[in-house]
Design a protein around this ligand. Sequence first.
Ligand SMILES: [Zn+2]
Length: 321
Amino acid sequence: MQYPGKGPAVTVIQRYTTSTLVILLLFIGLQGCAVCLPSVFYDLEAYRLYRVSDLPLTIYHLEEDQGVLPLVEAAVRAGLVKASRWGTLSRPVIVTVYPNHLELEKAVQRRGYPWLKAWATADGISLQSPRSWPLLKEEHLFQLMAHELTHVVHYQTAGITGLEGARKDPFWFGEGLASFTAGQDAGRYDAKTLLRKLKWHRDFDPLSPTPEDIRVRQKLSYSSAHHLVGYLIGNFGDQAVRKLLARMAAGESFRRAFERTYALSPERFRDRWLQWLESVAAARAGAQVDHRPSASVVRSSRLYYDGDAQRCVHESSDGKP
Ligand SMILES: [Zn+2]
């Protein structure tokens, strides 16, 4: 989960001096988060620092979460491998482990998101301690960290910081990229179910869900984003995504960068995607439909998105896996 520019202030930690704290808060302000500092200050003395060796990454945690550190570190390492599909970390990242859901919501200044487990900005990830998850499945933690680290790499690669993110980077692209990269298919609607839901919720636009949509239609919002990006990558490949991020890093808006990279507007792309969803639904009903995109859609890429398996099928060595 992420909202650029709305991220939590980084938690402050044991043994930091006052001057270090001031510098840290100034840094946060420069990142556009000065207006969204946590409403509650935590017991600063209680947080401990754990450096992940060989990575520009630090984990802050309470003593009671010491036991989950090996699991969190393993999930971070594995997640970073997946996220590196889109770039590398150019700046240090701080992962703060909050002891429970309430503390996480306080830190990210959100209320009423019971499904929220983590939150990412360009410089940090706020994580609800896996120790407090009602049902902890290691697989879900690994997927979650891959998801959040994809946000971090995405933001750092595209040069997205602070409030400009909301303008440059729409929800569907950021969340879809994170969800698809992390392989969170199991938590999303399959293509046929998604199409049915979209026809039911006619006021819902997959390209621009409202904050209320995201809160109360969470699965619809994230499933749409997941499949939009899956279809995008399936048709145009990884290299096009990296080009898009590079254009944004050079100062272009998301729309401008998207139109230059894919030679079509996001709205036109959405309409093609909806046609593809229809074809998948028709195929499931017994019609003979080729899931692969038409020749006019395929350009440099020879990948296609296998909607039934909900995975990206690699037919060539286009880009990185
Ligand atoms: Zn996310």
